[in-house]
Design a protein around this ligand. Structure first.
Ligand SMILES: Cc1ncc(C[n+]2csc(CCOP(=O)(O)OP(=O)(O)O)c2C)c(N)n1
Ligand SMILES: [Mg+2]
Length: 289
């Protein structure tokens, strides 16, 4: 992958970051921290790794994405819009009654979605089922499941983590958005601090011991993300299930939100949007929507 290619992905991710924040501001409600921490992963997936046809969203051979951390929906919608699934201007309808772009993904409304989500903990089991179904159909489609690290506290995630290796589901790819924060999280030493609830827990070793093939990456470095995804794509269908542990920053890219759990769900002001545009070095034209 040459440098200009990476630059193009970075630009797309910046636009998606701005659009996500602008849509939350327009709706007057929504999530900021979680969408911003996974946008680079979503851009790499939809613009490089996944076999999809935006003009034919129900193409049977498409790769699937399950946004298990469904509260990051606006991040996914922004990337889908830039990828051409629907007009960027439709993002203005985010979270409105009757909109296709609900606050959490609703696959019955938007054909581009492969799964509904919002109640945390269910996506990996759903994705496991999609990969088993693809195997029965004789399809080589992959399913990517994006999980939050707070979400990992849900018991059902561990059922799927335990089960997938038994079926050797090489086309199941879990991506863990490890930003070390959640909505409120576990208190740190000072009242305004939150600490990573998985601190000191050897997650990669645990996943490996369960039978997953684990790759770690900086979740904001496209060269690393693409290398991890390329590795995953070489795995045969009967290989071990794949897990990409992406080290990320909650609120990445927004000066007011980076690393702050209080920005899990908050509405940016017009001043903060302007601050964001400038920090992301985007022109007025690039943020027109
Ligand atoms: C079953 C369930 N419990 C609680 C919530 C409320 N909730 C939404 S997001 C969130 C925090 C999730 O943290 P994490 O998975 O780390 O996501 P991220 O940091 O990427 O935003 C919580 C508790 C929910 N949506 N579903
Ligand atoms: Mg988190």
């Amino acid at each position: 992958m040459s440098a200009p290619d990476l630059g193009q992905l970075e630009r797309l991710a910046r636009r998606a970051r701005y659009l996500s924040c602008a849509a939350v501001a327009q709706a007057g409600a929504g999530h900021i921290g979680g969408p911003l921490s996974c946008i680079d992963l979503l851009v790499a997936l939809y613009f490089r790794a996944m076999r999809v046809r935006p003009q034919e969203p129900d193409w049977p051979e498409r790769d699937r994405l399950v946004l298990s951390k469904g509260h990051a929906a606006i991040g996914l919608y922004s990337v889908l819009a830039l990828r051409g699934y629907f007009p960027v201007g439709e993002l203005r309808s985010f979270d409105r009654a009757g909109s296709r772009l609900q606050g959490h993904p609703d696959m019955t409304r938007l054909p581009a979605l492969d799964a509904s989500a919002g109640s945390l903990g269910q996506g990996l089991s759903f994705g496991l089922g999609l990969v088993l179904a693809a195997r029965l159909r004789g399809s080589s489609a992959r399913t990517f499941v994006l999980l939050g690290d707070g979400e990992l506290q849900e018991g059902m995630v561990w059922e799927a983590l335990h089960l997938a290796p038994r079926y050797r589901l090489g086309r199941l790819v879990a991506l863990l958005d490890a930003n070390r924060l959640q909505q409120y999280g576990w208190p740190g030493s000072r009242t305004e601090e939150r600490r990573d609830p998985w601190e000191g827990v050897p997650l990669p070793e645990i996943f490996t011991a369960l039978g997953w093939q684990v790759r770690e990456t900086d979740g904001h470095d496209f060269s690393q993300i693409l290398a991890a995804l390329a590795g995953v794509q070489e795995v045969p269908g009967e290989g071990p299930p794949q897990l990409i542990l992406a080290h990320t920053v909650k609120g990445k890219g927004a000066p007011f939100a980076e690393g702050r759990y209080t920005w899990h769900s908050q509405v940016p002001s017009q001043e903060q949007l302007e601050q964001l545009r400038s920090a992301l070095e985007l022109t007025e034209a690039e943020v027109a929507w």
